[in-house]
Design a protein around this ligand. Structure first.
Ligand SMILES: Cc1cc2nc3c(=O)[nH]c(=O)nc-3n(C[C@H](O)[C@H](O)[C@H](O)COP(=O)(O)OP(=O)(O)OC[C@H]3O[C@@H](n4cnc5c(N)ncnc54)[C@H](O)[C@@H]3O)c2cc1C
Length: 402
């Protein structure tokens, strides 16, 4: 085990791997990844279950929009090994099923339902000039009207973020949601087709023969076994002399692991530890089911509070020759006896109202000791893997050019 390296990378998920691969590509060899699990890939891992691949961190699809990231990824898993899909995702409420995004597809409902929805959207706060609220729970009704709020957005988000009350969430992250105005909804009802800005992943890539994790296995192979220390859990960080577990030392540390993992570090000041405790996250369990469902959807969202899971992923519709589907359930909602194919302790960083100030303080404090925060957990941001990869490429460029 090396005692000192130039760059110590905490966590071997996509952020850590892509950072390391870019260091290596630029000729830098003095680095080491520390990874707690027995394999790299983080939330983006896949495993063979019932003769096909299954994404054990939940369904993962590669967005088609970031050319720099695509070029990087296709360098390891060439584009002809991916299938490009037009997204088919649905929302199944207790009353009906509708394509996602809901507000762009109200035209699919019976006319009386359409009228109820349109009346409610036209009366929504955003359409009658009310000020935008700061709480997520109020924002939903303000933006989409009470019918969509009660049929879908409130129950669905309560399920996925069961760990906190929805009025604890902020609104600064809502640029991620589809942006469909009342006029777009009205137009879509008149024209019988969706209108408005398309959501993320309206087109996506998924590997033809593998799970999403294949690309990260290949990147890990490129980095080399000697540069990734598996089954190594980071428990403490020593900020003054840039060490980890008082065993491995570096000139710079890049952390992609969840901040609460470092809470026992005595070298982190009490005030910083206090605010780390304010960061909230949710966990999800993945449950594989071997039957096929009669649907053409790639995945479906379930706001029904009587069902434990919030999303089903129909892998028979995006992996050739696969059967079965999997459920994603917030771990707090798992019912007794429900089989668990994989538990993900850290799944969603939760966008609480004060999170932006909290994480900024932590990151600024860390940076003053040459500890750089990266990725979904380092930056505590609900980011997709293409964004994580993009930031890792940029940080590697910054580090080698500094
Ligand atoms: C249900 C779900 C669906 C998603 N769908 C998509 C999608 O369709 N498309 C998409 O692009 N993205 C999707 N994402 C997001 C994607 O998973 C993340 O953007 C990506 O995994 C971020 O990579 P990361 O390396 O920052 O974090 P992670 O993947 O979480 O990696 C962190 C790594 O740190 C390790 N670690 C943790 N603690 C320690 C410790 N103490 N010591 C050492 N190592 C430690 C972990 O084991 C892990 O390997 C989804 C996420 C979830 C939860």
């Amino acid at each position: 085990m090396p005692v000192k390296v130039k760059y110590l990378i905490l966590g071997g998920g996509p952020s850590g791997l892509i950072l390391a691969a870019n260091l290596l590509k630029s000729g830098e060899k003095s680095f080491l990844i520390l990874e707690k699990e027995n394999e790299p890939g983080g939330l983006c891992r896949s495993r063979e279950i019932d003769h096909s691949m299954l994404d054990i961190g939940g369904g993962h699809f590669l967005d088609v929009r970031n050319r720099k990231v695509l070029d990087f990824v296709f360098g390891f898993l060439p584009e002809n090994e991916w299938e490009r899909f037009d997204r088919i995702s649905k929302i199944r409420t207790p009353k009906f099923e509708i394509d996602y995004p809901y507000e762009a597809n109200i035209w699919q409902l019976p006319v009386d339902e359409q009228i109820e929805h349109l009346k409610s959207i036209s009366n929504a706060g955003s359409n009658i000039g009310r000020r935008q609220p700061e709480k997520f729970s109020e924002w939903i009704t303000w933006k989409l009207g009470s019918v969509i709020a009660h049929n879908y957005m409130l129950p669905y988000n309560s399920k996925i973020f069961s760990d906190v009350r929805l009025d604890k969430l902020g609104t600064y992250w809502l640029y991620k949601l589809p942006n469909v105005s009342f006029e777009d909804t009205l137009r879509s009802c008149l024209l019988n087709k969706p209108c408005g800005t398309l959501p993320a992943h309206s087109q996506f890539y998924y590997p033809r023969k593998y799970g999403y994790g294949e690309v990260f296995s290949r990147i890990a192979d490129f980095i080399g076994k000697d540069k990734i220390l598996l089954n190594y859990s980071v428990k403490t960080i020593e900020v003054d002399h840039l060490g980890v577990n008082n065993e491995i030392f570096a000139e710079k540390i890049i952390t992609t692991i969840p901040w609460p993992e470092l809470l026992t570090s005595r070298s982190i000041p009490v005030e910083i530890r206090r605010i780390i405790r304010q960061l909230r996250y949710s966990s999800i369990d993945i449950t594989y089911r071997s039957s096929n469902q009669s649907t053409n959807a790639h995945w479906t969202y379930f706001p029904d509070e009587n069902l434990p899971y919030h999303r089903l992923l129909f892998r028979h519709n995006f992996i050739a020759g696969a059967k079965g589907y999997w459920e994603e359930t917030n771990s707090r909602r798992v019912v007794d006896g429900q089989p668990c194919t994989h538990h993900n302790e850290y799944a969603y960083p939760i966008n609480t109202r004060h999170k932006p100030e909290v994480i900024l303080k932590i990151m600024d404090w860390a940076k003053s000791f040459s500890i750089f925060s990266l990725g979904r957990w380092g930056e505590w941001e609900h980011m997709n893997s293409d964004v994580a990869m993009n930031r890792a490429i940029n940080l590697a460029d910054h580090l080698v050019s500094a």
